[in-house]
Ligand binder design. Structure first.
Ligand code: TUI
Length: 322
């Protein structure tokens, strides 16, 4: 399974690991890269010294290409970008905003940039600014999301830009990979499936919550404050929903109160394993994830399944034959 993305990034399989805050550490990213995909180190709200430590660690763990994600709502984003530009990084992905003002700096440092976008407009703007590819993320994804679905956004972005498009949101098995390629994607970005990898540092309780999840286990919170986030339902989301409902009816909603409820909640889930009062970011595909397996096995299974499903369904596309 070779696509233009494999040539662009120098990788064997067009599989990008999503940059999940607290989960996508050097160990996970290097495991994905060593297995032939491309691992991405997540940096979330990290200060620059933490980013530096992660970058040094991943460099020690793999000789294969890897990337670093810049979360654009990070209060330390300026320092993180400056550091990455002199750290010998080859690839940056961005999320939760437009990386427009940093594009020139990345390009001058010889870094390939792949922004994550959730609209045709931003995809076109990124292409104009020189992005090497874009990740199109549908609202099926976990974490911070836009409004469109992968199924509808992806072909519209594919039509609108000439750079390679990577599909994200709603993909956890080979069928999803094959479907994304049929819609015009040159690769896929996968998050939730890799939370449940052997190498993922996520707490066992969080992994088990995903394994137990079904099709309707996630909910979107934070819409009122303008930062919608998809997570697994639990005590925290019930409290958050009740607060959001109460605050919606007020003339000036108390955003500080809502921020307070969410503060530190992601770490509580991922690191401490608090499945009741932690924020368990997960995609709608949680119900498809049934095992914890090494990244190498996950990637090989994704590719094998995609090829199998393609051949199993090929006869439906052979005109005039059965
Ligand atoms: O960034 C993500 N997913 C994330 S970031 C994150 S950390 C966080 N925690 C709490 C609140 C907010 C963030 C957890 N999950 N995915 C990539 C992504 N980017 N999805 C959607 C977008 C996006 C949305 C709007 C990108 C650009 C955008 O608009 C920018 C513009 O100016 O048009």
């Amino acid at each position: 399974m070779r696509t233009k993305l494999c040539d662009l990034l120098g990788i064997d399989y067009p599989i990008v690991q999503g940059a999940m805050a607290w989960v996508a550490d050097a160990k996970l990213a290097s495991a994905v890269s060593n297995a032939g995909g491309i691992g991405i180190v997540g940096t979330g709200h990290d200060p620059v010294d933490v980013v530096q430590k992660k970058v040094e660690e991943v460099k020690a763990l793999t000789d294969k290409p890897f990337g670093v994600n810049v979360m654009l709502l990070n209060p330390h984003v300026e320092e993180v970008v400056s550091y990455l530009c002199q750290a010998g990084i080859r690839l940056v992905t961005t999320g939760a905003g437009s990386p427009g003002k940093y594009m020139t700096a990345f390009q001058e440092a010889g870094i390939r940039v792949i922004p994550v976008v959730a609209s045709v407009a931003l995809a076109k703007r990124m292409e104009r600014l020189g992005a090497d590819a874009v990740v199109v993320e549908g609202m099926e994804a976990g974490g911070h999301i836009g409004k469109g679905t992968t199924m509808s956004l992806l072909p519209q972005v594919v039509d609108a830009v000439s750079i390679p498009v990577i599909a994200a949101g709603g993909i956890a098995d080979g069928r999803g990979v094959a479907a994304a390629l049929m819609l015009g994607a040159e690769g896929v970005q996968i998050g939730t499936r890799f939370v449940c990898s052997t190498e993922s540092p996520a707490h066992e309780n969080f992994k088990n919550a995903i394994l137990k999840a079904s099709d309707l286990s996630t909910i979107v919170t934070g819409e009122l404050g303008g930062h919608p986030v998809r997570v697994l339902r639990n005590q925290l989301t019930r409290e958050y929903a009740a607060l959001e409902k109460a605050e919606t009816s007020k003339e000036t909603p108390d955003f500080a109160k809502m921020d307070e409820l969410g503060r530190g909640a992601l770490r509580r889930a991922v690191v401490l394993g608090d499945t009741q009062r932690g924020s368990m970011m997960s995609g709608q595909v949680a119900g498809l994830v049934k095992t914890v397996a090494p990244c190498k096995d996950i990637i090989e299974e994704l590719v094998r399944e995609a090829v199998e499903v393609y051949h199993a369904r090929a006869s439906y596309f052979n005109e005039g034959k059965s």
